[in-house]
Design a protein around this ligand. Structure first.
Ligand SMILES: Nc1ncnc2c1ncn2[C@@H]1O[C@H](COP(=O)(O)OP(=O)(O)OP(=O)(O)O)[C@@H](O)[C@H]1O
Ligand SMILES: Cc1cn([C@H]2C[C@H](O)[C@@H](COP(=O)(O)O)O2)c(=O)[nH]c1=O
Length: 202
């Protein structure tokens, strides 16, 4: 089963993805492969460093290339080996961050339309002021973090979710307001239980 964790910068994706991997290993009794985008490959590392200077269409294409390799070289092999795969960021991130970088949604989709569709994409949301306070506490912001705002990212995520709904993606909104990371993961596990049961029965 391929699970994606999405949401604006600072909402808690990396924290929740790590905790979810740990709790899911026990709950599902199956190996869990935790991964991230940009990937940990040379290309992914280069993209993290280069985000300050590569922008717009060039960055959108480079991110899509990294994602294509991610799917072919890491995600599909891990799924084939019986793992549950959790990715911290995926296509929705491009449909939001590359738009913050002035690329049109349909163009971004063209670069991403052939990637593997996740079993479920979990979209984390919180109060924009809470997210903003977390970002303000960081010693520095990346170019894209500084270009967008939590309000704008939440708005663009709403549009990305609507767009992918029309392409039959299974997406679930997870409201993190007033919940600590452990409580957020409990909500996610309740959401995943029926999916896991259906898959183990199949
Ligand atoms: N539910 C929560 N309640 C309170 N604090 C949280 C919660 N989730 C995450 N945090 C804290 O918020 C900060 C940002 O979390 P994290 O790095 O996981 O976010 P992120 O969405 O992965 O950010 P980015 O996309 O910018 O990398 C961390 O200090 C983390 O401990
Ligand atoms: C998946 C994805 C990533 N990016 C860029 C934006 C940031 O520079 C990093 C993500 O770093 P974080 O620690 O996870 O916040 O990658 C992007 O522009 N588009 C994407 O689809």
């Amino acid at each position: 089963m391929f699970i994606v964790i999405e949401g604006p910068n600072g909402v808690g994706k990396t924290t929740v993805a790590g905790l979810l991997a740990t709790r899911l290993r026990h709950r599902a009794g199956r190996p869990v492969h935790l991964t991230t985008e940009p990937t940990r490959t040379r290309l992914g590392k280069l993209l993290r460093e280069a985000e300050a200077v590569i922008h717009g269409r060039a960055l959108a294409l480079a991110i899509a290339a990294d994602r294509t390799m991610h799917v072919e070289d890491e995600i599909i092999p891990a799924l084939d080996a019986g793992n549950i795969v959790i990715s911290d960021r995926y296509v929705q991130s491009s449909l939001v961050l590359q738009r913050v970088d002035a690329v049109d949604l349909r163009e971004i989709w063209i670069y991403n339309r052939y990637v593997l569709q996740p079993a479920v994409s979990l979209y984390l949301t919180d109060d924009p002021h809470v997210i903003g306070a977390r970002l303000a506490a960081r010693p520095s912001l990346t170019r894209l973090e500084a270009t967008g705002t939590p309000e704008r990212e939440l708005q663009l995520y709403g549009q990305a979710i609507e767009f992918l709904d029309r392409h039959s993606w299974h997406q679930v909104k997870i409201d993190c307001r007033g919940r600590n990371p452990d409580q957020v993961v409990s909500v996610i596990l309740d959401t995943l239980d029926p999916l896991l049961a259906r898959r183990s029965a199949a």
